[in-house]
Design a protein around this ligand. Structure first.
Ligand code: ACO
Length: 322
């Protein structure tokens, strides 16, 4: 049987770094409030000419270089995003063109902050079914474009960026090599729409800004993330004490700590980037995977659990051996 194995990772962050202190004086907030309530210290924002697809392409090129592959080796491109360049075509087909690919297929996945977990589950299914042998899975977001800069409860929390991994079909039969995606768990509950949404869109003929009842989202997060991670671990046949790294969606350090505690795991086993990136929605997990590998935390053969929750509500987890 085939396994979807990670053979490369990369990321891209815009040059412009905005420290918490830059918000002081513009809105009624302090560095101290942002740090203590969210764990965020700084975030990156896109500059002139940078978009979701250009950041996604840069991250994809870094992942291809890490894998020692070229775009010609890729069968499919999946971009997880809620902030595509245009209503259509998909950001993924724009990345396909920017990579100068002349074959294969590409599409976007929209599950807000859970987007990368949803994209991984889709890529895994494409590989197991034989539809594709190499899939670029990218998370890329420009949440700075949907911020209400007068709303202190949201505008300080989000950032821009992109991360990517390259998955390859491998059999691993007859060997002890059990790398690859071991299980996935996806959930959503549309009854919670009002907790986190953008109050505008195409079919309503409006543009909009992100609206969030942060404390309500918080209430759901730890419980749902831990339940999904446990379900995915059970499906994979692994126990929490075998896990080398939790790579969580990076929304808030207190949610990350709460979820680790609920899973009986130490913060020493958690990859944390929220202090430097803020909440980059679907980009946060692939950013953390790539940065974690770069820091020397995540190594080949490590057992990883990724988990995320966001607008929908939509949430899920993926267990993989790196
Ligand atoms: N600076 C100073 N004060 C602030 C700020 C700010 N930037 N923002 C809010 N406050 C105030 C509020 O107005 C409130 O004041 P009040 O008590 O006078 O009304 C007070 O701080 C407390 O507000 P809470 O919202 O209760 O604060 P909380 O401790 O819950 O922290 C936060 C807020 C950081 C948003 C937290 O709830 C959180 O991180 N929630 C989850 C966010 C998340 O995970 N989102 C999901 C992923 S995103 C996606 O899917 C796109």
């Amino acid at each position: 049987t085939k396994r979807a194995v990670v053979i490369g990772a990369g990321h891209y962050l815009p040059e412009r770094i905005v420290e918490n202190a830059e918000f002081e004086g513009k809105i009624d907030t302090t560095d101290e409030w942002i740090r203590s309530r969210s764990g965020i210290e700084r975030r990156h924002f896109v500059g002139e000419g940078e978009t979701t697809s250009t950041m996604a392409t840069a991250a994809a090129k870094a992942a291809l270089a890490d894998a020692g592959k070229t775009a010609a080796d890729v069968d499919a491109v999946i971009v997880a995003t809620s902030t595509p360049d245009l209503t259509f075509p998909s950001a993924a087909t724009m990345v396909q063109a920017q990579l100068e690919m002349e074959r294969g297929f590409a599409f976007d996945v929209q599950a807000v902050c859970a987007g990368f977990v949803y994209a991984l589950a889709n890529a895994n299914a494409l590989i197991i079914s034989g539809q594709a042998d190499r899939v670029l899975v990218i998370g890329s977001e420009t949440f700075s474009k949907i911020m209400d800069w007068t709303d202190r409860s949201t505008s300080v929390l989000f950032g821009d960026g992109a991360g990517a991994i390259l998955l390859e079909a491998q059999t691993g039969e007859g060997t002890s090599d059990d790398r690859g995606i071991l299980s996935t768990d996806l959930n959503s509950d549309g009854r919670y729409k009002d907790l986190l949404y953008v109050d505008g869109g195409i079919s309503t003929g409006t543009t909009g800004y992100l609206r969030m009842q942060g404390n309500q989202v918080f209430r759901h997060a730890v419980e749902k993330l831990a339940a999904s991670a446990n379900t995915a671990m059970e499906r994979a046949g692994v126990s929490p004490d075998e896990v080398d790294w939790i790579v969580p969606h990076q929304a808030n350090i207190r949610i990350i700590q709460g979820t680790a505690k609920k899973l009986n795991l130490s913060m020493d086993n958690v990859v944390v980037t929220v202090q430097d990136h803020g909440n980059t929605s679907a980009a946060s997990i692939p950013l953390a995977l790539s940065v974690g590998q770069e820091r020397g935390q995540i190594k080949k053969g490590d057992l990883l659990v990724t988990e995320a929750i966001g607008g929908g509500l939509a949430w899920g987890a993926v267990v993989l051996r790196w």
